[in-house]
Design a protein around this ligand. Structure first.
Ligand code: ADP
Length: 299
């Protein structure tokens, strides 16, 4: 089963053009949708989750017409939104059981076994009787995954899940996500490049409602390998370098500025080659800074 998105567009009533002719094919496994805040990720995720309508376009999940047959999608969908409300005075076990009833799992014994298994899988079993109000951010996100997994979904949508998690919680959460991909289409929407590079076998980059790149992360890194250079400069010199070179990113390092520059050959003295990462791909694509970017985009 795969998810096929064709020519999806959306303009909000205030005139914001949030999706511009988005076309993507998403196979089984973990797919990363990467883009900055405001890129259109949540608009796309909510549309796929049948929570809002696009203006034009079509979406198919296997043989389900996602935009028309919403009930069929909802039966096979697990959706973990950016933020979700929980009932603070209810325990994890009780609430999960309640959601399982809503999913139509009425057999008591079957439901009990499922709830216990999901609490184990998300590493919340020991906290199952705690009130959700006392959960940490990471525990809440893992609880969200447990809810999303009820009913064995074929399409799992996870929107900006690691924002606000501390590093240890983030690793635990990503490990949990990585177990899900095998039999489902899992879409991870994020602005954090590492989330995608660590987990996803395929990805797309979206900005201002447009898909700029659809690729396998490793192949995309291969395309920029040998073509990204770095140099340590004084911060005041940045405007000059911006003028003379195709600067794709800047960051502070020990009080000075490290710039990454896209260039097929060494761009000048004191530039060293960079061992390219997905972050270099991301910034290169975002800034439209590679001469053969179209070749990358269609790779
Ligand atoms: P992301 O999830 O990548 O941060 P969004 O899909 O939330 O992006 O937003 C895309 C664009 O659409 C942004 O410019 C945002 O301000 C705008 N937007 C999102 N939701 C609405 C809405 N309900 N009404 C008007 N504009 C919206």
């Amino acid at each position: 089963m795969q998810l096929v998105i064709e020519h999806l567009s959306k303009t909000y009533p205030n005139g914001t053009h949030a999706l511009k002719d988005v076309t993507l094919t998403i196979p089984q496994g973990m797919f990363g949708l990467l883009g900055p805040n405001g890129a259109g990720k949540s608009t796309l995720m909510r549309t796929l989750a049948t929570l809002q309508e696009p203006d034009t376009g079509s979406v198919r999940l296997g043989d389900i017409d996602v935009l028309r047959d919403k009930d069929a999608v909802r039966r096979t969908l697990g959706y973990l939104p950016q933020e979700f409300g929980v009932y603070p005075k209810v325990s994890a076990e009780e609430l999960l059981d309640h959601f399982a009833v809503l999913k139509g799992i009425i057999d008591r014994k079957q439901r009990r076994e499922l709830v216990q298994a999901l609490l184990q899988q998300t590493n919340l079993y020991d906290a199952r009787r705690k009130h959700l109000g006392g959960f940490s951010g990471g525990m809440r996100q893992r609880f969200g995954i447990a809810v999303a997994l009820l009913g064995n979904p074929k399409l799992i949508i996870v929107d900006e899940p690691t924002a606000g998690l501390d590093p240890a919680e983030r690793v635990r959460f990503l490990n949990l996500l990585s177990e899900l991909g095998e039999n489902s289409v899992v879409i991870l929407s994020t602005h954090i490049v590492e989330d995608v590079s660590e987990l996803c076998s395929r990805m797309a980059i979206i900005n201002q409602g447009e898909i700029l790149l659809e690729a396998e992360p490793l192949a995309a890194i291969e395309q920029v390998r040998g073509r990204v250079w770095k140099r340590l400069i004084d911060r005041e010199a940045l405007p000059v370098f911006e003028q003379e070179h195709r600067v794709i990113s800047t960051r502070l390092f020990a009080g000075r500025t490290v710039i990454h520059v896209a260039s097929d050959a060494q761009p000048g003295p004191e530039f060293e080659p960079v061992d390219a990462s997905l972050e270099d791909v991301y910034f290169t694509v975002m800034r439209g800074r590679l001469p053969t970017e179209e070749a990358v985009a269609t790779a």
